[in-house]
Structures are given as structure tokens and as C-alpha cells.
Design a protein around this ligand. Structure first.
Ligand code: MN
Length: 233
């Protein structure tokens, strides 16, 4: 048995709704600008851009409890943190070069997540032609709720997703507006990375992203995935 110079960290685990075991997180892949109206609000052209991806470390995931607000510490080195509510795909079966028509067989389940973003740093890096890492991949940058098994909730070609800040609705979208739906996203991503069980894919956010500050309460939900909440502290 290998002995380690310090104990290796266990993976972040998300509870599975209706199950005893938890879902261990490996990588977090994120799709950029996957709803037309959000691509436009970020200065892009939804008609001409193929999907693009960035990653968050698996240990940037923090589990949002199903029944109480997650207290989420405002990150360092930023004056502009944005919320992005997203459908999260939990991969249960790995693969490369997955065909779109077989892609949903690789899905274990779905969760609700927030792609929290230090927008000021992301924009600074973007404008300088540098990587988005410090804007997107910081500690606690991916609050994610419990995983709902696809066997129980089905798949998400359509359905509403929303987010409110202090009771005021800010984001409202529908999965039917995804430029790259779940199956095509999995197929495309699997050409570049060998997907593995435990991988999460954050599928992009609808329009209406905006700032959060300490003291704010975020409520976010989706049809068939319930509602969660987070308090910025
Ligand atoms: Mn996003």
C-alpha cells in the first residue's frame, strides 16, 4: 500500500436524492455562453460561436444543502462577483468520442449549480487575452445542490430555471433555449477530454447575470430539481 507524505484529500461529495451514497466529484467542466441572450449580454455573437469550455477544480465545489441556505463566503481580491445559475450534468459512465444519440446514457443525474464568477478579474484577463482562471476557478466557486438521478427526474430538453436575489427575480431561462443541448455538449466535450464517472458539466447560464454582495440571499431553482438557497456572508 502506498504511504503518502500527507493524507490525500477526499473528493468533494454531493448527496444523491433518494439514495444513501454520495456522488464523488472529479472534474468540473463549464460551457461558456450557451444561451443566446446571455452570449449577447457578454458581448458575443450566439450564431457564430462553437461551444467553448473552461474548468473549475473539483475542490471548488461546495455542496448546497437541500433544506437550508448555504453560507457562502464572499471571495477575495474582487469587487464584482456575479451569479450564474446553471443546470449541472453529473456523469456516471465515462467515454471518449461519444455519439450524441448515446450521450444521455452517460448521465447519472442532474443538479442545480451556481457558476460564481469574479467578473472584474475575468474581464481583465479576457481583455488581456489571458486565461480566465482567477475569475472562474477560485475556492468555493461552484456551489452545487444534491444530485437527482436521471432515472427519477428524466432528462432536461425543456424546463424552467430561475434565480432571485433578495426575492427579486434576476434570471429566468428555459433549457429549450440551450444553444448546445446536454447530449450534444457531452458528445462535443468527449472529443477533447475522456469523460469519467464523477465529472460534472455546468451547461451555461441564461441572461440576467448580476452582482452579489455580502448580506444577499440567492434563491434558485429549476423544474423537477426543486429550489435551493445561498446567503452571501
Ligand atoms: Mn457559466
Amino acid at each position: 500500500m502506498t504511504s503518502y507524505v500527507f493524507p490525500p484529500e477526499m473528493p468533494t461529495a454531493l448527496p444523491v436524492v433518494g439514495g444513501d451514497a454520495s456522488f464523488p466529484v472529479r472534474r468540473v467542466y463549464c460551457v461558456g455562453r450557451n444561451y443566446a441572450a446571455h452570449a449577447r449580454e457578454m458581448g458575443g455573437d450566439p450564431n457564430r460561436e462553437p461551444p467553448f469550455f473552461f474548468c473549475k477544480p473539483g475542490d471548488a465545489v461546495v455542496a448546497v444543502p437541500p433544506d437550508a441556505p448555504l453560507e457562502w463566503k464572499y471571495p477575495t481580491q474582487t469587487a464584482l462577483v456575479h451569479h450564474e445559475v446553471e443546470l449541472v450534468v453529473a456523469i456516471g459512465k465515462g467515454g471518449s468520442d461519444i455519439a450524441p444519440e448515446r450521450a444521455l446514457e452517460h448521465v447519472y443525474g442532474y443538479a442545480l449549480g451556481l457558476d460564481m464568477t469574479r467578473r472584474d478579474l475575468q474581464n481583465e484577463m479576457r481583455n488581456a487575452g489571458r486565461s480566465w482562471e482567477i475569475g472562474k476557478a477560485f475556492d468555493r466557486a461552484a456551489p452545487i445542490g444534491p444530485v437527482h438521478k436521471a432515472d427519477d427526474v428524466g432528462h432536461f430538453d425543456t424546463g424552467a430555471i430561475w434565480l432571485a436575489v433578495n426575492g427579486e427575480t434576476k434570471q429566468q431561462g428555459d433549457f429549450s433555449d440551450l444553444i448546445w443541448p446536454v447530449a450534444e455538449t457531452i458528445a462535443y466535450l468527449s472529443r477533447f477530454f475522456a469523460l469519467q464517472p464523477g465529472d460534472l458539466i455546468m451547461t451555461g447560464t441564461p441572461e440576467g447575470v448580476g452582482a452579489v454582495k455580502p448580506g444577499d440571499t440567492l434563491n434558485f431553482g429549476a423544474e423537477r430539481l426543486g429550489e435551493l438557497s445561498l446567503k452571501v456572508v
